[in-house]
Design a protein around this ligand. Structure first.
Ligand code: TRP
Length: 470
């Protein structure tokens, strides 16, 4: 391997540590909060099928590309892209990938922290017995009280952002990798128990059917309303959202995985790591869906309830299962951890760049990045109360929705597209061959074909479809 660059920020101690950190980044609110709620909004099975196809054909190949770029450049995404472009004789303008990633990171962190704040609030809500014997209406009104209170939301948003800053300031390698090694498997076990509970107490058949029954007519339509009275109209939006979520859930398209890749040891297999990360991420999302939809249907709730979906359904389970007070507390605590190990990776590209280019201390950079994201996050807080009305919306979306839409569905896929194009056409085959060091030629050729043609065309087709070209 011809890698002469050395990371300024140190290295993961082994490949396993990198995989844990990347799983920590990938598994988060995206899997447990966002996946169920958007699946509910976009009608279930068909949406899930498109999402899974995007993971396989776009997400996995691009994750390999991000890691290989990161490891070769051994720097923050902005500097990595600039250096590699120069080395490979391509235009330095490729560093736009890094800059747009930093911007997307601010947008994402500014709402991620607010939602993680909800999870924090629910740790205390559950621990204090506030959910005991709660009914569906009671759970909905508790949630309404929380998001209706800007003061409470600001407190939790601030606490979570502070937690993020503390870990990022110390350096992601020293903070949470050990915690992640224990807590992620625990979260997994708790989700399995939740699925078992949903199977016994919920309407499991309907929940399962909703998630996996693929009614493809719906993929190209936007359907709302209850099943008996479904209102559908043509829209490219479900496809775009499914693809955007594949990026979001795998932490792709903004350089987070590239930044983590910069600390990967020389001889670690990128392919194996990628498969592990994507598999863990997908399994957690599907488990979350299986835990939530049976309860949604058994309690007569609407799958399309929106961002509050899991906060309105899981409390019903916790409030009514034996030992639910304890179990629910641990569950929300683990959710906070999952969000924590994700949020630090959202901040990492910007922080690493400030350290490298401005020679700032990590702690200073972390405070500045966290501070700015916190400030932008005030807009997300207000989107659920003062600014929730139509007069504050644009294209029928609140500020929170707009930030999510712009970052997840536009910026991440565009970033991913550019990453694929850079690896395939900007840099070329030799660099990829050296970095991936795949011993089986056929496997490399398959990946090369996908990253050259399938992923970029897939992204382009979804984009064109969403603006109505076909
Ligand atoms: N993947 C994380 C989740 O599912 C969120 C996340 C972490 C992320 N880093 C990212 C999303 C980078 C987009 C880009 O919760």
């Amino acid at each position: 391997m011809s890698n002469q660059h050395v990371s300024m920020q140190g290295m993961w101690s082994s490949r396993a540590v990198f995989v844990m950190a990347a799983v920590g980044s990938a598994v988060g609110l995206g899997n447990i909060w966002k996946f169920p709620y958007i699946t509910g909004e976009y009608g279930g099975g068909a949406f899930v099928a498109v999402y899974l196809a995007c993971i396989a054909l776009i997400g996995i190949p691009i994750m390999m590309a991000e890691i290989l770029l990161g490891r070769r450049g051994r720097a923050s995404p902005i500097i990595t892209m600039r250096t590699l472009a120069r080395e490979e004789g391509a235009s330095p303008a490729w560093s736009v990938v890094g800059y747009s990633g930093v911007v997307a990171g601010f947008l994402i962190l500014s709402f991620y922290s607010v939602i993680a704040g909800w999870a924090l609030a629910y740790v205390f809500q559950t621990a204090s017995g506030g959910l005991n014997q709660v009914s569906a209406e009671g759970a909905a009104s508790l949630f309404g009280d929380l998001v209706g209170s800007p003061g409470q939301l600001m407190v939790w948003h601030s606490v979570f952002m502070l937690m993020t800053v503390v870990v990022v300031a110390r350096g992601v390698r020293y903070g949470i990798e050990r915690a992640v090694t224990i807590l992620m498997p625990l979260l997994f076990v708790m989700l399995v128990i939740m699925v078992a509970y949903a199977a016994v107490e919920g309407d499991f058949a309907r929940g399962f059917d909703f998630l996996f029954n693929t009614d493809f007519a719906r993929v190209f339509q936007l359907c709302t309303g209850p099943a008996e009275d479904l209102q559908c109209s043509f829209s490219g939006e479900p496809l775009l959202v499914a693809m955007g979520h594949a990026f979001f859930t795998l932490s792709l398209g903004m350089g987070a995985i590239m930044a983590y890749g910069a600390y990967v040891p020389e001889h670690a297999s990128i392919t194996g790591a990628t498969i592990t990360i994507a598999l863990a991420d997908t399994v957690v999302a599907l488990l979350a869906g299986l835990a939530i939809f049976p309860i949604v249907f058994a309690s007569g709730l609407e799958p399309s309830a929106g961002p509050g979906l899991i906060f309105q359904t899981l409390p019903i389970a916790f409030g009514n299962m034996p030992g639910g007070q304890w179990f629910g507390t641990v569950f929300f605590l683990l959710l906070v951890f999952a969000a924590w190990s994700s949020s630090i990776s959202i901040a990492e590209p910007a922080v690493a760049w400030l350290v490298e280019s401005r020679r700032w201390r990590r702690s200073v950079a972390a405070v500045m990045v966290g501070g700015l994201a916190w400030f932008i996050g005030i807009g997300s807080v207000l989107s659920f109360n003062y600014w929730s009305g139509e007069e504050y919306q644009l294209f029928g979306k609140t500020l929170f929705d707009l930030k999510d839409f712009l970052a997840s569905n536009i910026m991440l896929p565009l970033g991913g597209l550019l990453i694929a194009l850079f690896v395939a056409f900007g840099a070329g085959r030799r660099m990829a061959l050296e970095e991936l060091a795949i011993s089986r030629q056929r496997l490399f050729d398959a990946w090369w074909f996908v990253i050259r043609y399938v992923s970029p065309l897939g992204i382009a087709i979804v984009f064109l479809n969403s603006i109505g070209v076909f």
